[in-house]
Design a protein around this ligand. Structure first.
Ligand code: NAP
Length: 409
């Protein structure tokens, strides 16, 4: 299990004597104890500049996406929390939980009280498909499903009907493949994960035998990593499959594929290998099927999800910038569960500028436009993309900007 659940450290609440050197120390508030906020705090501490850091978190427990987003069977990635535990154990850092910055305190108030304020709230809102039936019972966004199985308090009371035969996962990102894998795991595999206990119980009793992962573009444009794709071939009772016809490439995709190297090439090769079953059909209790060039146009059902209607797409544009365009060809897939995994967006925050088109807080290298002393890092700075290393690199650079600016004042 993840750490960071111990008593909240608060410099003020332990009544530390404010000696002169202490009162001269620069004070930084970090809003959000997710990976970006924690990496930023770690970098500020590492600088040795004697900065005091208050981390303000909305939830009762820290570590954001590492606790509530990273797949519960990816224990290796979750181990980064050990580093975060060390940050919180540092006497210069205090964590205040249950604090809703923007409402109380306002960002304005924080800016008055601290030498620098770093916003690291992430991007919680899931994008919408904007199609009929999207909100039928049985159709959920990935944030709710992933949050639920990871024990996120906002989703703990959600109920999912896993007594259905077929689930359709919309999207070809890392979150989509995480959910497909969790749905395919055997009870024994689930037992060795960080799943929330209630979710583990329900998933172990799941009757889902078909998981269909639907991408609006082709296999070359999917964002799966080779490691994620290999994992599917090593599962106890699930088998990835992809009909060879789904893997046929148009001319522009062929050119994109030829330019692929490293991870991208390895991922495509792995997807192509799915055309040959990795085990006998009879041995695969759960099939994880990959479909490409399809977009949902309607989720259908009387009172709950019964099917999803897809349209066939073709790709238009130049290699490297191909977009999906619908054709007149449609098909219907019978299913009882639809998981929509088409990415996240940040929400605007009172008193902070917001770019409504890119859904980010406008900034230059983490410095919020026109707001001296206010910084932003993580998904609310550059959009909901990138792996944990991306967050670390950005947060470390923003910590550098904070220190440079504080030194100049
Ligand atoms: P994502 O990577 O942005 O993927 C979103 C997927 O949804 C894409 O395949 C996109 O297709 C598709 N999509 C978007 N709009 C759509 C629409 N209207 N209809 C149909 N499909 C649509 O989002 P994500 O999977 O939520 O991941 C978010 C970030 O978290 C990513 O940076 C990811 O790498 C990271 N993450 C990392 C890990 C890990 O480290 N293992 C795990 C989970 C998440 P197009 O490509 O055509 O736009």
């Amino acid at each position: 299990m993840l750490g960071g659940g111990g008593p909240v450290v608060s410099a003020d609440s332990v009544g530390r004597k404010a000696d002169l050197s202490e009162s001269r120390k620069k004070r930084v508030a970090i809003v959000g104890a997710g990976p970006s906020g924690m990496f930023c705090a770690a970098a500020l501490l590492r600088s040795g500049k004697g900065v005091r850091i208050d981390i303000l978190e909305r939830l009762a427990l820290p570590y954001g996406l590492v606790r509530y987003g990273v797949a519960p069977d990816h224990l290796e990635i979750r181990r980064v929390t050990r580093q975060f535990d060390r940050v919180l154990a540092d006497g210069a850092v205090s964590l205040r939980t249950g604090v809703q910055v923007g409402e109380s305190p306002s960002v304005e108030k924080l800016r008055r009280e601290y030498d620098a304020v770093v916003l690291a709230m992430g991007a919680d809102r899931h994008r919408r498909l904007g199609i009929s039936g999207e909100d039928l019972p049985g159709s959920y966004d990935a944030g709710a499903f992933v949050g639920w199985y990871n024990g996120h308090p906002d989703f703990a009371d959600r109920r999912f009907d896993l007594g259905v035969d077929t689930a359709v996962v919309i999207g070809n990102g890392n979150v989509a493949i995480d959910m497909a894998r969790i749905l395919g795991r055997s009870p024994r595999e689930l037992a060795g994960t960080d799943l929330a206990p209630a979710a583990r119980e329900l998933l172990a009793a799941s009757r889902i035998r078909r998981v269909i992962v639907v991408g609006r573009r082709g296999p070359v444009q999917a964002s799966f990593t080779p490691v994620e794709l290999r994992e599917l071939t090593e599962m106890e009772r699930a088998m990835p499959v992809c009909d060879a016809s789904e893997l046929a490439l148009d001319e522009a995709s062929r050119r994109e594929a030829e330019a692929l190297t490293g991870q991208g090439r390895a991922a495509l090769d792995r997807l192509i290998s799915y055309a040959v079953p990795v085990r006998a059909e009879a041995e695969a209790e759960v099939r994880i099927e990959f479909r490409f060039l399809c977009s949902p146009i309607e989720i259908v059902g009387r009172g709950k999800v019964e099917s999803v209607r897809l349209c066939r797409n073709r790709l238009v544009g130049e290699p490297g910038d191909l977009r999906a365009e619908p054709t007149a060809e449609t098909e219907t897939i019978l299913c009882g569960l639809v998981l929509r995994s088409i990415g996240y967006q940040a929400d605007p925050m009172t008193g902070v500028p917001f770019d409504e088109v890119r859904c980010v807080i406008p900034n230059g290298e983490g410095r919020v436009d026109g707001q001296p002393g206010l910084y932003v890092t993580g998904w609310s700075a550059y959009g909901a993309r990138g792996l944990i290393g991306t967050a670390k690199k950005h947060a470390t650079a923003v910590a550098g900007a904070v220190l440079t600016d504080m030194q100049a004042t």
